[in-house]
Design a protein around this ligand. Structure first.
Ligand SMILES: [Zn+2]
Length: 259
């Protein structure tokens, strides 16, 4: 037996089949699930992506009903409102062709499943924060694959969604409070080199009296990272860049945390 087979066999032991019921078509089916005792955290990235050893729970985050095509992140799957069922049946199910997946998933399969889920969120006109988180997770899967171009594309999509959610939707968002989301928007801006915008969002966390110390520390670290790189000088920032000035103006107008 090769080491690859060993690895696959071991991974398989960390998984089990969980029975769930589809909220759209009432079909009962099995989803691959990671045993909670199997999780081993290696490290966390600055945009909250968790690197795991042994097995990657993100690969199994999407539940997909093969009979009607409804797919969502597992935290949202069962809570689909009945008013949304018709939208799935009319837009997704009509065109759905069942898919076969192996018993152990990888980045490529995860990306495909996250994209199916995103199509579903779009079809039901889900909240922006849900679509944004879905996009962010796709970006993380591309990060794992070393595909920087696609990673950046989905970081940009996630950023657009979180921006919209920040102004229009309620907190918490997947357990993230307002300041965690502000930090995340800053960090996603930093990752796509919108450094001026990133500094503004980080600044909002750092100067707030309501943000938790932990998230303030994260914001400081990332702000210092931008400043250390020295890609922004006071001269460029204050004098030469009209676009930055406009951005600042726009944000200070809606900034509820400004001292
Ligand atoms: Zn179904």
């Amino acid at each position: 037996m090769t080491s690859n087979n060993d690895e696959s066999l071991n991974t398989s032991n960390l998984l089990y089949d969980k029975t769930v019921r589809c909220p759209v078509c009432d079909n009962e089916f099995k989803v691959r699930s990671v045993r909670t005792s199997s999780y081993r955290i290696d490290r966390k990235d600055s945009d909250f992506f968790i690197h795991y050893t042994r097995i990657n729970p993100y690969f199994y985050d999407i539940w997909l009903c093969n009979s009607c095509g409804f797919a969502a992140m597992k935290s949202d799957f069962s809570s689909l409102r009945s008013s949304k069922k018709e939208l799935i049946l009319n837009t997704i199910s009509k065109r759905w062709h069942p898919k076969d997946y192996p018993s152990v998933y990888n980045e490529k399969i995860a990306i495909e499943r996250y994209k199916l889920s995103l199509i579903n969120y779009t079809a039901i006109n889900a909240e922006s924060y849900k679509k944004a988180m879905n996009c962010l997770k796709i970006a993380w899967m591309y990060r794992l694959s070393g595909d920087i171009e696609n990673e950046n594309t989905y970081v940009k999509n996630a950023l657009q969604g979180f921006n919209d959610a920040y102004y229009n939707e309620d907190f918490p968002m997947y357990g993230m409070d307002r300041f965690t989301v502000i930090y995340l928007i800053g960090e996603l801006n930093r990752r796509i080199d919108n450094l001026d915008e990133a500094l503004i969002w980080f600044g909002n966390v750092i100067t707030s009296s309501m943000a938790q110390q932990k998230i303030k520390d994260l914001a400081r670290t990332q702000r210092d990272l931008i400043k250390e790189i020295g890609q922004i000088t006071p001269t460029e920032n204050e004098e030469n860049n009209t676009e930055n000035k406009n951005t600042k103006k726009r944000f200070s107008f809606i900034n509820p945390f400004k001292s």
